[in-house]
Design a protein around this ligand. Structure first.
Ligand code: FES
Length: 194
């Protein structure tokens, strides 16, 4: 029995050329379509890491009562392995408005082992809930921990740089900006993490 199936004849040279062009054209088109979101992602300022010198706006001067600490959050881009969180809470800061309207800012991260420091309004002290690390309203380490015993915190609360900017919608208003940084814990000296 003879084999009646034969391979189809190759397309003529012009057709081959045309198919080659179509194939390359489609590859280029897919490349462009898939590449556009990647480029947009890279040029979007929200996806760039905050630069070391960045100050973050945290509120208005008028929102702070004098000599009463107020906690604010710092937001920035945070990345997991696969996900970008463009406006996530990356830290917390205690702000205190002094009598002369200067602002002091301290990170809430305890210099002992990194728990979040609370404010005890009754005692007018900052107290860390983990091991009772205790600090006064200037962020200075107290020798004795609240409730007794030696304060385990090795140094004062970590102060942050603050600046006041003009408020574009309120000529008399001032906006507070804080340069948020993280520091190594458990050491007497304040050393910023890179
Ligand atoms: S972590 Fe704050 S006192 Fe230990």
């Amino acid at each position: 029995m003879s084999d009646t199936h034969q391979a189809p004849p190759p397309p003529p040279p012009e057709r081959r050329k045309f198919l080659k062009w179509v194939t390359h054209g489609l590859s280029a088109l897919f490349g462009a379509v898939l590449g556009v979101p990647a480029v947009l992602y890279l040029i979007d300022p929200r996806n760039r890491p905050a630069r070391a010198g960045d100050f973050k706006r945290v509120g208005k001067l008028s929102e702070l009562e004098k000599n009463v600490p107020k906690q604010v959050v710092i937001r920035d881009v945070r990345r997991d392995a696969w996900t970008v969180h463009p406006n996530d809470v990356i830290g917390r800061v205690w702000l205190i408005r002094r009598d002369d309207d200067k602002i002091d800012a301290f990170t809430t991260t305890c210099p002992h082992l990194g728990c979040s420091i609370d404010y005890n309004a009754e005692q007018q002290l900052f107290v860390c809930p983990c091991h009772n690390g205790t600090f006064d309203l200037k962020g200075e380490r107290q020798e004795q921990a609240l409730g007794g015993g030696t304060n385990p915190a090795p140094r004062n609360m970590d102060a942050l740089k603050v600046k006041l900017d003009a408020d574009p919608v309120d000529p008399k208003g001032r906006l507070i900006e804080v340069k948020y940084e993280k520091f190594y814990q458990g050491e007497e000296d304040k050393k910023p993490k890179k």
